[in-house]
Design a protein around this ligand. Structure first.
Ligand code: BGC
Length: 242
């Protein structure tokens, strides 16, 4: 099964990894505050235990994750820096837990079952949500932990300009938000020249309101799995790790 750990909610579901779909209704609990590693591990366990699941579990986390360790904390409790999330979750659940970056997980799901299916070359999956997440693929293979949501635009962290949370906080009109996302994609393009950009995250639900207004060189399409991409991708990563 897959669990998606976010700043607002921690949600999970069993996943049909052959179809790339949830195999049961998703269960969600609010993220505890403060979201310390111990408090989050408890909620992850509660979500998993809600299902009669015994088997590999994949969990996403909104930070750099290497070998199960969380190494950054842009929008999360600083206590995560250097924590071994995979070991903590595995010990708490007594089941193998694979932990990976949230945008990498969403990207894996999109590449296998969504807008990136059968796409070769350089594909960048961008999640526009609380922050900006990035999953980069070369011929379908993930280059993990690309933190391209933090590239600089005019001396500022791109995330503070084009994340969906910025649109909500500033109550931006869609055309103004589209300009910001356009600026961001142009900057990405000038550095990486992707063949395809897939827009996921919270903003992708409303992609029709701003993507048509964006004028950039690479092909840009909305994600297809939307809200479920993290859960599906986490489960795929857990299955691949077996
Ligand atoms: C973090 C990334 C994460 C993204 C989306 C960024 O602030 O640095 O690791 O993928 O937010 O949650």
């Amino acid at each position: 099964m897959g669990v998606d750990i976010g700043g607002t909610g921690i949600k999970g579901a069993p996943v049909d990894i052959h179809k790339g779909e949830l195999a049961g209704e998703r269960y969600r609990i609010l993220t505890p505050h403060p979201a310390t590693p111990k408090a989050v591990a408890e909620v992850v366990a509660e979500v998993v235990e809600h299902f009669t699941w015994k088997g590999p579990v994949g969990a996403t986390f909104p930070a750099v994750v290497k070998d199960g360790m969380t190494l950054s904390a842009a929008n999360v409790d600083k206590g995560w820096i250097g924590a071994n999330a995979a070991v903590m979750f595995t010990e708490r659940l007594e089941m193998p837990v694979t932990v990976l970056n949230d945008a990498d997980a969403a990207g894996i799901a999109e590449m296998r079952f969504g807008a990136g299916r059968d796409r070769k070359g350089v594909v960048i999956v961008i999640t526009l949500g609380t922050g900006i997440g990035c999953g980069m693929f070369l011929d379908g293979n993930l280059v993990p932990n690309t933190e391209l949501g933090h590239i600089e635009i005019d001396g500022k962290d791109a995330e503070t300009i084009a994340a969906d949370s910025v649109r909500e906080r500033k109550d931006l009109k869609w055309k103004d938000y589209a300009k910001r996302v356009e600026l961001y994609i142009r900057r990405l393009d000038s550095l990486l020249w992707p063949d395809l950009v897939i827009i996921g995250g919270g903003a992708s639900k409303k992609a029709d309101k701003f993507l048509p207004l964006i004028d950039v060189r690479p092909e840009v399409v909305p994600a297809e799995l939307q809200n479920e991409a993290g859960i599906v991708g986490a489960a795929l990563a857990a299955a691949d790790a077996q």
